[in-house]
Structures are given as structure tokens and as C-alpha cells.
Ligand binder design. Structure first.
Ligand code: ATP
Length: 240
């Protein structure tokens, strides 16, 4: 399906216990685009993702997807609306087969026929997974595991996919594969929110970006612009 819905995070404050971590954070994730969130360790990237997915409560501000408010919605309903998530690194269920991993990704779908259709769609995108459908995920190569963890995240049939540091802990070759898959999914007209520490490759694939620091948005714009901002380089990206 074509991406049509925009995710809007408007002046959102959220956190843990008594501490606010995000402070009046506003971001727009436009349909069909790749939007990235950059920031150092502890900047609040994971908290932003958790809040979008309904795992942390919105304390102030609003989050909407295609105009529908996500306020107070439990995570499974947010996923059912069309927001999927791919976890960090190449996480799979090692003692389950490739096909079983995909089935687990589709557990929220009540109709077995739809799960089977989506699995076939994943095999069309990732033919290697089809070849290895009966193999235990723990015996896959690192690159194949990355594919499987991404395919599992797509089993909920999302329109918007949140990638939570997908390249974390991967060797450079697999990092490149993950970014190639992100490009491929963009070409398929998915909307992508990419949270990453891998600055250079992220800026290459993303259309728009936001830089978080200490729970606030400190820079935002087209990645073309962010890439060329020398002050941002020094302050947040290290020397590249
Ligand atoms: P990283 O890349 O290291 O995951 P991040 O940008 O994702 O960093 P967050 O994990 O969102 O940052 O953390 C932001 C702040 O929230 C940090 O100060 C952290 O200590 C705090 N924090 C994170 N999780 C919790 C928690 N469960 N309870 C209390 N504070 C937390």
C-alpha cells in the first residue's frame, strides 16, 4: 500500500518516574520519506521511540498518525494502525526456524491467510530467507539474521517502520547491507523513521533529520543541509 499518513510528534514531554527525558520534542515523519533521529548516547532517542510506540506515556504534547491521536493507545493498537518496529542489531529467535520467526512477527494478525501472504511477500523481498525458511535462525549468517529481523518487523504490514539502531553491533559489511535494505524499503514506498548512531550512512539514506541532545531537538532539516553544517559536525557527529 502507498504511504499516505504523516506521523506528527508535537511538543512531547515524556520520561521515567519523576524525571522528564524528552522535553517538548516536535518531529514530523512525512509519508514515503526516510526521517532520521541522530544524537549521542543518552540523548533520548530510545525514549522517543518508546513514546511513539505507546510504551512510555505522553506527559504533555500530542502524537498523531494520519491525523489520528495515539494518546493513551496501547502498543498493539499502535502497531495495528500501521506503525511497525525493527529492533536493534540482528535480533532473531535463534531456536526457531526462519519461517517460525516470521510467524511470530505476524502474531497480531488474526487471519492465518494474511500471515501466509505476508510471509510470501517477505520471501519475494528476501529470496535468501525463502531458501533458508526451514533453517534455525541461530544458524544463519549475520547478514541473513539482519534480513530476518527486518522481515519480522515488516510482518505486521506497517506503513511506517521505526528502525531502532538497526546497525548496532554489526560488522561494517552487515551495516552496509542494513542500509541497502532501508533504501529498498524506501523505494517500495514505506515511510521510515531511522534512529541511528551511524551518522554518515544515515545522512546518506535519509531525507530529513533531527538531532536530539539532552532530550531536546537541537537541529532539524533536510539531511543535505545537516550534512554540511560544520558546527553540527563538531558538536554531535564527531570528526568525519
Ligand atoms: P542510547 O543510544 O544509549 O540508547 P538514547 O539516545 O536512546 O541513548 P535514552 O535511552 O532515551 O537515550 O535515554 C535518555 C535518558 O533517559 C538517559 O538519561 C537515561 O538514563 C534515561 N533512561 C532511559 N531509560 C530509563 C529508565 N528505564 N528509567 C529511568 N531512566 C531512563
Amino acid at each position: 500500500r502507498a504511504a499516505t499518513r504523516q506521523l506528527s510528534v508535537a511538543r512531547v514531554t515524556s520520561g521515567y518516574d519523576r524525571a522528564d527525558v524528552l522535553k517538548e520534542v516536535s518531529i514530523e515523519v512525512r509519508p514515503g520519506e526516510v526521517t532520521c533521529i541522530l544524537g549521542a548516547n543518552g540523548a533520548g532517542k530510545s525514549t522517543l521511540i518508546r513514546t511513539i510506540l505507546g510504551l512510555n506515556r505522553v506527559r504533555a504534547g500530542a502524537i498523531a498518525f494520519g491525523g489520528a491521536s495515539l494518546a493513551g493507545m496501547p502498543p498493539h493498537r499502535i502497531v495495528a494502525l500501521g506503525i511497525g518496529v525493527v529492533p536493534e542489531g540482528n535480533r532473531v529467535l535463534p531456536r526457531m526456524t526462519v519461517a517460525e520467526n516470521l510467524q511470530v512477527g505476524g502474531l497480531l494478525e488474526a487471519q492465518p491467510r494474511k500471515v501466509a501472504e505476508r510471509m510470501e511477500a517477505m520471501f519475494a523481498i528476501f529470496p535468501r530467507l525463502k531458501e533458508r525458511r526451514a533453517q534455525l535462525a541461530g544458524t544463519l549468517s549475520g547478514g541473513e539474521r539482519s534480513m530476518l529481523s527486518i522481515a519480522r518487523g515488516l510482518m505486521t504490514d506497517p506503513e511506517l517502520v521505526v528502525f531502532d539502531e538497526p546497525s548496532l553491533g554489526l560488522s561494517p559489511l552487515f551495516v552496509s547491507e542494513v542500509f541497502a535494505i532501508v533504501r529498498h524499503l524506501k523505494a517500495m514506498d514505506l515511510t521510515i523513521l531511522l534512529v541511528e548512531q551511524n551518522v554518515r550512512q544515515t545522512l546518506d539514506v535519509a531525507d530529513h533529520g533531527y538531532v536530539l541532545s539532552q532530550g531536546r531537538v537541537v537541529a532539524a532539516g533536510e539531511t543535505r543541509m545537516l550534512r554540511e553544517d560544520p558546527e553540527l559536525h563538531k558538536a554531535y557527529f564527531g570528526v568525519h
